[in-house]
Design a binder for this molecule. Structure first.
Ligand SMILES: [Mg+2]
Length: 267
């Protein structure tokens, strides 16, 4: 990191926003030059993804994204900065607080998770996933089935302010309501001393909704492959734009148009 504070932060979702799936081209060839230009102008960039830290680094290497991000927000809630010896390390005590709250969250929601498993077994073909030190999740067999799963959760937890979940198409992971892509991004901005007017975010799926809010970032972009809910939110307020093209093609188009509209606007 440079000594001088950053002037602007770009925070991008990974899958479906930075990188596309086959048969589509994975990344726009203009993406790396754009990331270089962000750096050259005193800005920084971050990935804000549902992937784990390891999966994110793997994806960055696989698609040869350069320069590497200045920060990584993983699992929709963890915050990492580059440390010594090419390692990524916790930024402040956010991750510790997050882990502690999630351990408590798991303990206090055992009964709900049991009901959830019963519902999945009896009423769906969806799969329950649970790992060591990990919040449980669901993999549905279709978007429609995941829609039904979400209705069940909403009904069961109407008076629960703590239980939340992050949904990405047919995947869902339970989480503490205080930890989302939006809240982890706000924590990073606080750490960097940046305000919403200095932040641009981009995402394409349900789990991006919490960061695609005008209260989080003044500039909000989604690619053309974004789900309807994301497109609606992005379109709902000034400073939001749906880019033409899928994933990074739409991302770069949207950013270009947003920033040129900004320059043209009389101050
Ligand atoms: Mg995505």
């Amino acid at each position: 990191m440079e000594d001088s504070p950053p002037t602007f932060l770009f925070s991008f979702d990974f899958d479906g926003t930075l990188v596309d799936e086959p048969p589509h081209p994975a990344i726009d060839p203009r993406l790396n030059p754009f990331l270089e230009s962000v750096r050259a102008q005193g800005g920084i960039w971050a990935v804000n993804t549902g992937r784990t830290l390891f999966q994110t680094l793997d994806g960055l290497a696989q698609h040869q994204l350069k320069p590497l991000p200045d920060f990584i927000m993983a699992k929709e809630r963890e915050l990492y900065a580059p440390g010594p010896f090419n390692r990524w390390v916790d930024l402040g005590d956010w991750n510790q607080r997050c882990q502690k709250e999630h351990r408590r969250f798991l303990r206090t929601h055992k009964k709900f998770f049991k009901r959830m498993r019963q519902f999945l077994e009896n009423e769906t073909n969806a799969q329950w996933i649970e790992g060591h030190e990990e919040t449980p999740g669901v993999i549905a067999t279709s978007e429609e089935e995941m829609g039904r799963v979400c209705v069940f959760i909403e009904d069961e937890t109407r008076n629960d302010d703590v239980l939340s979940y992050q949904r990405n198409s047919i995947y869902l992971r339970f989480s503490h309501a205080a930890y989302t892509k939006g809240s982890v991004l706000l924590e990073l901005a606080r750490h960097l001393g940046l305000t919403r007017d200095q932040i641009c975010v981009a995402g394409d799926n349900h789990n991006d909704l919490s960061m695609l809010c005008p209260t989080v970032a003044a500039y909000r972009v989604c690619p053309a492959n974004a789900i309807p809910e994301v497109q609606t939110l992005v379109n709902a307020h000034p400073g939001g734009l749906i880019g033409t093209g899928r994933a990074s093609f739409g991302l770069l188009d949207g950013i270009q148009r947003l920033l040129s509209a900004e320059r043209e606007e009389p101050s």
